[in-house]
Ligand binder design. Structure first.
Ligand SMILES: Nc1ncnc2c1ncn2[C@@H]1O[C@H](COP(=O)(O)OP(=O)(O)OP(=O)(O)O)[C@@H](O)[C@H]1O
Length: 867
């Protein structure tokens, strides 16, 4: 049963586990909320509830379809379907996982929405705070203006004259207002600090909330990862874990949901707190305004009292003035009356003057009194004028004050209206914000509740599914267990069969290979023998190891290298270039005398017994190890001794069929030909044998017949002792001559006749550069002779290579003596000795070039010397 299209594709979360673009965008914006305080309109639009078409809905519809089709399938093919039930169980597993996955997606969406909502609330709160602060500032400014105006008025009142009692009171009231203002300022500061504190608390709470959301998100992501892992992974043992994990996840989801609800309630509580704070502040402001109004009314009353008092004092003054005027008029009238009675008075006065001095005195007193009264009257008049002036001024002042009070009252009325308007506006906005937040919170709460109920329903529906999954899983596990056993047995069987087949195949192949290898070896041997027979000259190269005594120059490097994978090539590094020489065989510096070097020579020595002339000679610069290779040391003998030992061994093996006679002679070519085996070092010469064979011989040369290997060892020791050596700068025991050990083997077989063969073992003197070896006098002469004879050998080789008709054997005693060995029908081996040191690179190159030339020489097929 195919599961059909994957429902995840229709959801807002993609298969690769990334959040959808809108959600991501909201997250990114929320993360960078510190950068921008304002929330864009787009953000506000984004957060209007859950999406209508969720992946869960799509998934559920898909699941229903799948279940329907599954039921129909079950009805149709009951017996057959039972066999496929594990597959169906796996499908239901997968569907449950998908359900969980879509639920995780929903949770994440909710978390995103919470974040956006929180941000919006925060922005709104900030706006409100900002407006409140601005209104406070404005009010403070207005009050400052009012107080400034009052202060100005007081200053104006104080400047013209001495302040009256009313003015004092006004100043006092102004001072009270100023105190009030400072108090208000203090309150405002307190409010500011409280606001800041609240802001900080709110910020901390928002951060804590954000952290919780992040944790929730991380948890959801972990679950997602785990789900994806579970989804991708298959296998029987994981299913049980999956069931446990899912139940644990459901529990944690429940907890998360309750936490989120609590956070939401907190969120919805936040705007109401801010609104209560605003109401309180508004009330405070109103009470302040009322206080100010009361204060103003009091001041108005005070002013009216002042006016009344001033009116009363004016009236009193006017009354007193009137009384005084009346009195003055009465006095004037009395005076006039008195004046009118002048004669009588005059008479009386005269009488009085005449009659009584007492009366005169009384008269003067009366006059004085009259003058004082007149003065008093004038003073009273002056005082009245002053009072009138003062009354006029106080009238003017009170009029001004009344104007100002009216203006203040107007301003206060305006302010009150504005303030009321503002308060009303703020209240409206606050109520609208509270209403919006409450509706939004209620809506979200409702949504969350719905989801919670949905989740609860699903959770209640989960256990039977889990039980069915468990049973399916148990059956699957038993199947898988049986399958693994069966599979293991089958695999073991197959492996055994495979292994045995492979072993038999391998042994067959090995047999074939062995056979082929044997054939190859035989063929190689055959071809090699054919080649040797055809070419009959082989060139071997031996590289001398770097010894301690050779490193007398510091910083000498090794320039000759051998290739372990290619035994016929040697490379020389000269002037930064590597030159490779191809020879028949190259021995590496650590090659042993027996194991490597002699083994290569051994077949040739054997062929000497078989009836061939064999010549082995060592060539190379002085000190390169020629004598070491040919003679060797007492502990580690060279080719000479090993060849003779091998020869005697072979003869011993063939003694039943053959009888052998071996003779040995040894000559040294040192300026002259000398016999190394005679005691006095007799001088000899090379001649053609008079026996008619055309072979060369040295008349007078001591030829010793040897019977055993021990005997020959003694002869070799004698020859070594008699050989001329001197110390040079290149070699402490430099051989100053070419030494030739000539072994003649005469074998006799009654059936086939007899044969005589020669084995020439030649240790040539080393070529040397006299400026290097420091040769002088006798050594110089020796060196010249040596080099001359080696040159002659080079010429012979060149002629042989070029297949010239005339080979210049007679140009030197060396070539003359080696004529038989280098001529046609012989088997020859040249061992080229080279030094690996950089200081000898020139000589090494010369030796190797010569060796390569020799390599190209063909002596023609070897011929058995059977008589
Ligand atoms: N393969 C080797 N292993 C160890 N020592 C060696 C080897 N080859 C040469 N020597 C040492 O190097 C020194 C010089 O060698 P040798 O006398 O054989 O050189 P040479 O070519 O015969 O020189 P000359 O032509 O002057 O007689 C000797 O002391 C010898 O023991």
């Amino acid at each position: 049963q195919e599961p059909g299209p994957v429902p995840m594709e229709t959801g807002s979360r993609r298969r690769d586990g990334h959040a959808p673009k809108a959600g991501k965008k909201a997250c990114a914006r929320f993360g960078s909320s510190s950068d921008s305080d304002e929330l864009s309109d787009e953000d506000e639009d984004d957060t209007s509830g859950l999406p209508a078409c969720t992946p869960l809905a799509a998934f559920l519809s898909f699941k229903q379809d799948a279940e329907k089709s599954r039921a129909s399938e079950v009805q149709l093919e009951t017996g057959k379907q039972l066999a496929d039930s594990p597959l169906v169980a796996v499908m239901s597993h997968l569907l449950t996982f998908l359900e969980q996955y879509s639920h995780f997606q929903q949770l994440q969406q909710q978390a995103d929405q919470y974040r956006v909502q929180l941000k919006r609330h925060r922005v709104q709160h900030r706006r409100q705070m900002k407006a409140l602060r601005a209104s406070y500032r404005q009010r403070l400014r207005d009050k400052n203006g009012i107080i400034g105006g009052l202060e100005e008025a007081i200053g104006q009142q104080q400047s013209p004259g001495p302040p009256s009692e009313g003015v004092h009171r006004l100043v006092e009231s102004l001072q009270g207002l100023q105190g009030e203002r400072s108090k208000l300022r203090g309150e405002l500061r307190l409010l500011h600090s409280q606001l800041e504190q609240k802001e900080k608390d709110r910020h901390a709470r928002i951060q804590a909330f954000q952290q919780q959301i992040d944790e929730l998100k991380g948890c959801i992501e972990e679950r997602e990862e785990e789900l994806s892992r579970l989804r991708t992974a298959t296998g029987a043992t994981d299913s049980e874990k999956r069931v446990l994990c899912l139940s644990a996840e459901n529990e944690s989801l429940k907890q998360n949901l309750s936490v989120t609800q609590g956070l939401l309630q907190q969120l919805s509580a936040l705007p109401s707190q801010s609104s209560t704070m605003l109401i309180k502040e508004n009330e405070n402001l109103r009470s302040r305004v009322q206080q100010l109004e009361i204060c103003l009314q009091q001041r108005a009353e005070q002013l009216s009292q002042l006016e009344r008092r001033s009116e009363q004092s004016e009236w009193r003054r006017a009354e007193e003035l009137r009384k005084r005027e009346d009195r003055a008029r009465e006095l004037q009238l009395e005076l006039d009356r008195e004046r009118a009675k002048e004669p009588a008075v005059k008479y009386v006065t005269q009488t009085v003057e005449v009659e009584s001095p007492v009366t005169v005195k009384q008269l003067t007193k009366a006059r004085q009194r009259n003058e004082a009264l007149t003065e008093r009257l004038s003073n009273q008049n002056e005082r009245c004028r002053q009072l009138e002036e003062q009354i006029r001024k106080s009238d003017e002042h009170s009029c001004n004050l009344q104007h100002k009070i009216a203006a203040y009252e107007r301003e206060i009325g305006k302010l009150r209206e504005e303030l009321l308007k503002e308060i009303g506006h703020l209240e409206e906005r606050k109520e609208a914000a509270v209403r919006a937040a409450a509706s939004c919170s209620a809506e979200h709460f409702q949504n969350l509740q719905d989801q919670f109920f949905g989740l609860q329903k699903r959770l209640t529906a989960l256990p039977p599914t889990l039980r069915s999954m468990k049973t399916d899983y148990a059956s699957l596990r038993s199947q898988v267990r049986n399958f693994s056993e069966f599979y293991g047995a089958a695999v073991n069987e197959a492996k055994k069969q495979q292994i045995s087949a492979a072993i038999s195949e391998m042994s067959e192949a090995n047999k074939d290979l062995l056979e082929k290898y044997r054939k190859e070896v035989a063929l190689r041997r055959k071809y090699h023998e054919q080649l040797v027979e055809l070419k009959n000259i082989r060139v071997l190269c031996r590289v001398k190891p770097v010894l301690k005594e050779d490193q007398h120059e510091d910083g000498q490097s090794v320039v000759v290298t051998t290739d372990p994978n290619n035994e016929s090539s040697v490379a020389v590094l000269s002037k930064g270039k590597s030159r490779v020489f191809e020879l028949d065989k190259v021995f590496h510096p650590q090659a042993a005398q027996e194991e490597q070097v002699f083994q290569e020579i051994e077949p040739l020595v054997t062929s000497c017994i078989d009836g061939y002339h064999v010549c082995i000679f060592a060539y190379g610069q002085t000190g390169s190890g020629k004598t070491y290779t040919m003679e060797g040391s007492v502990e580690n003998p060279g080719i000479n001794q090993r060849a003779l030992k091998h020869l005697f061994g072979e003869m011993e093996e063939r003694k039943d069929m053959w009888s052998y006679a071996v003779t040995v002679s040894s000559v040294e070519i040192y300026n002259e030909v000398l016999d190394l085996l005679s005691k006095d070092g007799e001088k000899l010469d090379i001649k053609i044998n008079p026996d008619g064979t055309g072979h060369l011989h040295v008349p007078g040369l001591r030829v010793i017949e040897v019977k055993s290997f021990q005997h020959i060892k003694k002869i070799l020791a004698t020859a070594r002792r008699n050989r001329i050596t001197f110390g040079t700068q290149m070699n402490q025991h430099s051989s100053r001559s070419h030494a030739l050990l000539c072994i003649t083997v005469q074998g006799t077989d009654l059936a086939t006749g007899s044969k005589t063969t020669k084995l020439n073992l030649v240790d040539l003197a080393g070529s040397e550069r006299v400026w290097k070896s420091g040769a002088e006098g006798e050594r110089l002469k020796e060196a010249q002779n040596i080099n001359r004879s080696l040159l002659a050998l080079g010429d012979v080789i060149q002629a042989l290579r070029a297949r010239q008709t005339h080979i210049p054997f007679r140009n030197s005693r060396l070539t003359y003596l080696l004529q038989d060995s280098l001529g046609k029908g012989s088997k020859t081996v040249m061992v080229v000795q080279v030094s690996a040191l950089e200081s000898n690179v020139g000589e090494t190159l010369c030796s190797l070039k010569f060796a390569q030339r020799v390599c190209k020489v063909e002596l023609g097929p070897a011929a058995r010397k059977i008589e």
